[in-house]
Write a protein that binds this ligand. Structure first.
Ligand SMILES: *Cc1c(COP(=O)(O)O)cnc(C)c1O
Length: 361
């Protein structure tokens, strides 16, 4: 499995385990229990992960090229995207203090909730509100129209702002959806996964922007509370570390990572790299997030049926994994992760070129 190197591989079994289990399988028919297919059905809904793992399985050492995993969006494995030292120290300090050793309240510990409130208020007009996968950042007018429409339809707005710290485009003005909560109620989602590049820490938050108490009187606030009651709590250690993580984070905390992403986008778009590749067209340069969306010009390609077919052949022939758009409801597009080391991106473009040229009509 050294082939997969630094990847978190989609397998629960070591090869030795699999071998032993094959040998023991003969007496397995004496048991009266078996796994249900409910989970199998539910997990097939998780299209993205399932598809990426399927593509990994098509890669092989016989191709004699390193595996380039540009299908999933977690940059945390690369040293250039390592989180800030103050973020790591915050967690270490909590562990050493013993403060995080207990169960916490379902809604989260008070110091973390208070700090979040302060932090979000403080940076309200400083940062952005971005879209995965196209990397767009929405304008004030666009968001106001969303709120007006929601009001007309009598619905609430759920604003996923997990990428608000990951903006590197030319317009630095992020408008939080919560700003329009007097028009329609807004539920804002946030997380430290992307901005601080620690998705493995599993800590995020929900903020209700509800100045008129609509969510409360409709019972939505209560439903959220009840869901939180039955869900596993966020680790107390990270909850206690959160106030310090937020407090010590400044624009500089995110600047370095965002500069790398900006340079990676330039590498793909501006230095003509993607434009020289036939059949793959980037229609808009991303301004945020860690992805680049490109359209496949299928009529120009021989023997390629659709985006899934393209990605499967690419994985098989080039050991390069990209996400087919179908996983995101965007048939015949592909999503390339730019949250990787620049050299990997260079290699990926070279292989993409080598793959597309012979297939181009
Ligand atoms: C990654 C991602 C999330 C989930 O973040 P976690 O806090 O790690 O669960 C939510 N929304 C978008 C758009 C994302 O890309």
């Amino acid at each position: 499995m050294s082939f997969y190197n630094h990847l978190i591989v989609p397998t629960l079994q070591t090869e030795t385990e699999a071998e032993t289990q094959k040998q023991d399988a003969s007496d397995n028919n004496v048991w009266y229990f078996r796994g249900s297919d409910t989970a199998a059905k539910a997990s097939s809904v998780m299209m993205m992960r399932v598809i990426v793992y399927k593509l990994f399985d098509l890669c092989s050492p016989e191709v004699k090229k390193t595996l380039l995993p540009l299908g999933h969006g977690d940059p945390a494995v690369y040293p250039c995207f390592r989180t800030s030292i103050h973020v790591e120290n915050a967690v270490v300090d909590v562990i050493r203090s013993g403060k995080g050793n207990s169960y916490g309240p379902a809604a989260g510990i008070l110091p973390a909730r208070q700090k979040l409130k302060q932090f979000r208020k403080h940076c309200r007009y400083d940062y952005h509100n971005p879209n995965n996968p196209c990397g767009n950042v929405y304008s004030h007018d666009h968001l106001k129209k969303v709120a007006d429409t929601a009001r007309k339809l009598g619905i609430l707005v759920i604003a996923d702002e997990v990428y608000r710290e990951t903006i590197y485009g030319d317009n630095p003005n992020f408008v939080p959806m919560g700003k329009f909560s007097s028009i329609a109620p807004v539920i804002t989602l946030g997380s430290i996964s992307k901005g601080w590049i620690v998705p493995g820490w599993r800590i995020g938050w929900i903020a209700l922007n509800d100045p008129r108490g609509v969510l409360k009187s409709a019972g939505v606030a209560q439903s959220i509370q009840q869901n939180i009651d039955i869900n596993p709590d966020v680790t107390t250690v990270f909850q206690f570390a959160l106030p310090e993580i937020l407090e010590k984070s400044t624009k500089e905390t995110f600047a370095e990572k965002n500069l790398i992403l900006k340079q990676n986008v330039e590498l793909v778009c501006d230095r003509h790299r993607l434009r020289n590749i036939p059949c793959v067209v980037c229609t808009k340069k991303p301004e945020s997030c860690t992805y680049l969306l490109a359209k496949l010009e299928l009529p120009l390609m021989e023997d390629i049926e659709d985006d899934m077919d393209f990605c499967m052949k690419l994985a098989k022939e080039e050991n390069l994994v990209l996400l087919p758009g179908v996983a995101l409801g965007l048939k015949n597009w592909i999503r390339i992760t730019i949250g990787v080391e620049a050299q990997m991106l260079e290699d990926a473009l070279e292989r993409l070129n080598g793959f597309c040229k012979p297939n181009a009509i």
